[in-house]
Ligand binder design. Structure first.
Ligand code: VGL
Ligand code: ZN
Length: 212
C-alpha cells in the first residue's frame, strides 16, 4: 500500500526546469518531458505554495560542450569543483528555449529561482551550485517563510530534480519526489544512481495519485 501524502500547511511544490529546451524539440530534450505538464498543472492546485526553478545560462556557459575545444555533448570534464557533464547549448538567457513551456499554467507560483547564471559554474540543484557550497538562497527563503516539506517534480529526474531533492533533505527539509511528474535525461547509469541515492537518503518517491 503506497503511503498517502496529505498536503498540509508548510508544504511546497517545487517545479524544476519545465522549459522548452528540456521538452521534445528542445536543445536538450528529455523523452516525454512535455508529459509532466498536465500532471504538474493539476498537482499545483493542491498546494498552498508553488515555487519554480529555471535553468538560465549565459551564452558560452562553461557547461556547454561548445565552450570546450574538441569536446562533445555528454563528455565529462574536470572542473575546479569536480566532474562536470558537458551539455548541448541550452536554456540560454532570454531565448525561447529557456522559456517555460507555454502550457505550464502556474500563475500562482510565488518564486522563480534561476540557476546556472554564473559563467564558470553549473547549477543542477535549486539549493546549491555544483560546487555544493555556493547557495542559491532557497533554503533561507523556505526557512524564513516557515516552509518545511518540499515536493519536487519536473525535469530532469536524474539531474536537477535529483540534486534539488537531495539538497533539500540535507538542508533539513523533508523532501518527497513525485516520480510520475518527472522524466530523466537518462545518460548511462544516471537513473540507477538516482534511485539508489534516493533510497540511501530516505527520500520517498511517490506518485501524483498518492497526494490528497
Ligand atoms: C539540467 C542538465 C543541464 C536539468 C539542467 O534541468 O536537469 N540538466 N542543465
Ligand atoms: Zn543547464
Amino acid at each position: 500500500m503506497p503511503a498517502t501524502f496529505a498536503a498540509k500547511a508548510g508544504d511546497v511544490l517545487l517545479v524544476v526546469d519545465v522549459q522548452n529546451d528540456f521538452c521534445p524539440g528542445g536543445a536538450l530534450a528529455v523523452a516525454e518531458g512535455d508529459a509532466v505538464v498536465p500532471l504538474i498543472n493539476r498537482l499545483a492546485g493542491g498546494f498552498d505554495h508553488v515555487l519554480m526553478t529555471q535553468d538560465w545560462h549565459p551564452a558560452g556557459h562553461s557547461s556547454f560542450a561548445s565552450s570546450h575545444a574538441g569536446k562533445e555533448p555528454y563528455d565529462s570534464i574536470a572542473m575546479p569543483y569536480g566532474a562536470q557533464t558537458l551539455w548541448p547549448d541550452h536554456c540560454v538567457q532570454g531565448t525561447t528555449g529557456a522559456a517555460f513551456r507555454a502550457d505550464l499554467d502556474l500563475p500562482q507560483a510565488e518564486l522563480v529561482i534561476r540557476k546556472g547564471f554564473r559563467p564558470e559554474i553549473d547549477s543542477y540543484s535549486a539549493f546549491f551550485e555544483n560546487d555544493h557550497e555556493t547557495p542559491t538562497g532557497l533554503a533561507g527563503y523556505l526557512r524564513e517563510r516557515g516552509l518545511e516539506r518540499v515536493f519536487v517534480c519536473g525535469l530532469a529526474l536524474d539531474f536537477c530534480v535529483r540534486f534539488s531533492a537531495e539538497d533539500a533533505k540535507a538542508a533539513g527539509f523533508e523532501a518527497v519526489v513525485i516520480g510520475d511528474a518527472c522524466r530523466p535525461v537518462d545518460l548511462p547509469g544516471t537513473v540507477e544512481a538516482t534511485t539508489a541515492s534516493f533510497r540511501e537518503r530516505e527520500i520517498p518517491v511517490i506518485n501524483s495519485g498518492d497526494i490528497g
